[in-house]
Design a protein around this ligand. Structure first.
Ligand code: ZN
Length: 399
């Protein structure tokens, strides 16, 4: 519904411009354009779309009714809430995504897909590059040579500093992070390739994540503290813009390389969820933020800025490729981060009400945690099969 309302507004307002339809997610122009003036009165795209929505209530209700025809009665019952969402919440949500410094996508539609406002069509677009050659001219952007690309969920493990990637018979070792962007004919390194830090409470004992604005000093689920081992810690997450090697320091692939996938399973923040009762389950589903975290086995990553340019490196990773005295910028504090993929998505949570006597149910027990993961994968397989049968698309197919 958000997509159709935006499409109609852009069409009526003549905001679609040729040559800007590069995004597979639509053609709403660059994210930067949303808050910029587009006419002589100084009105922005945001202003015009907001006015269009307020002046076209009847059209919005018609769009909603077309989309709800022959759908589940449960959805039809939410018709008023859907209309209210478009009237009051859609434009602020688009503005928030357009201005969010943690999002790297240039095109507005792609950003909106990443925050869950537009459909994703099942294709991963949160792609990150590992640069193993310095990128050349901007007309070859995004580059097809000198890079390996992966979805961010995978990149935070495969491209993490010290991790090795094999390509065309060579081993490339990631040493740090970089944000290359085309400017004119050149490709330049942009500042702050780690992106803004996000604090979370991270429990290595029970695997809980506290993603509230002020994470608690001890684990709210199992009570673990920073002194326990494995314990609980407030850590700074980073979604890097890109990764790179120390150019020229490859080695031949002879059948052996070091690569360990170190990122966690997807987790969501702890919260008091009010689920519906079904059989012996409590069932909750809604949109939530899901975290995949690589905390370097609890050691985190210590990033330092190079003297030249805007690359941030990790000393251990440089030592691995024989660079022992890197030219570092003095006086700039080290950034200690975990690598993360943070995304809003649809989530279903099941709680088991009554466990049969004699069964262990605590996630702090390794055996029990393994059994719970197995049960989760079983459910995901069942949900994916059901979604395919109904011709929905879901990430269950992918994983
Ligand atoms: Zn815990």
């Amino acid at each position: 519904m958000a997509k159709e309302v935006l499409r109609r507004a852009f069409l009526d307002l003549d905001l679609f411009h040729g040559g800007q339809a590069d995004s597979v997610h639509g053609e709403f122009g660059p994210a930067l354009g949303w808050c910029q003036p587009v006419n002589n009165q100084g009105q922005t795209t945001e202003d015009l779309v907001s006015d269009w929505i307020q002046n076209n209530h009847a059209e919005i209700v018609r769009i909603r009714d077309v989309l709800l025809a022959f759908t589940d009665p449960h959805l039809v019952a939410q018709g008023q809430a859907l209309a209210n969402y478009v009237l009051h919440d859609l434009v602020p949500a688009v503005t928030s995504a357009a201005n969010d410094p943690s999002l790297t996508q240039v095109w507005l539609a792609e950003r909106l897909a990443n925050v869950g406002l537009l459909p994703m069509f099942g294709f991963p677009t949160r792609v990150r590059f590992l640069f193993h050659d310095r990128p050349g001219m901007a007309h070859e952007w995004p580059p097809e040579r000198g890079v390996v690309d992966r979805d961010l969920d995978i990149a935070i493990s495969q491209f993490a500093p010290r991790a090795e990637t094999v390509k065309d018979g060579l081993i490339h070792t990631s040493v740090g992070v970089v944000d290359y962007q085309p400017q004119g004919n050149q490709v330049v390194e942009m500042p702050a390739p780690l992106g803004p830090a996000r604090s979370i409470g991270f429990c290595r004992s029970c695997q809980a994540v506290d993603d509230s604005a002020n994470p608690a000093p001890v684990c709210q689920v199992c009570g673990a503290t920073a002194q326990d081992d494995p314990g609980y810690e407030i850590i700074q997450l980073s979604e890097p813009k890109g990764f790179r090697t120390w150019y020229g320091r490859t080695r031949d692939f002879e059948g052996l390389f070091e690569w360990t996938p170190r990122a966690s399973r997807p987790k969501m923040g702890i919260a008091q969820l009010q689920g519906a009762q079904r059989a012996n389950f409590e069932v909750w589903s809604d949109q939530a933020t899901v975290f995949v975290v690589n905390d370097n086995n609890g050691y985190l990553f210590r990033f330092e800025k190079l003297l030249q340019g805007e690359t941030w490196v990790v000393r251990d990773a440089l030592a691995q490729v024989g660079v022992n005295n890197p030219p570092l910028a003095g006086g700039i504090p080290m950034e200690i981060r975990a690598l993360a993929s943070i995304k809003p998505t649809d989530v279903m949570v099941l709680g088991i009400n009554n466990w049969p006597a004699g069964l262990v149910s605590t996630p702090t027990d390794l055996n029990c945690r393994a059994a719970l993961y197995s049960f989760g994968f079983l459910l995901r397989c069942a949900a994916a099969a059901e979604a395919c049968r109904r011709r929905f698309c879901c990430s269950g197919c992918a994983g």
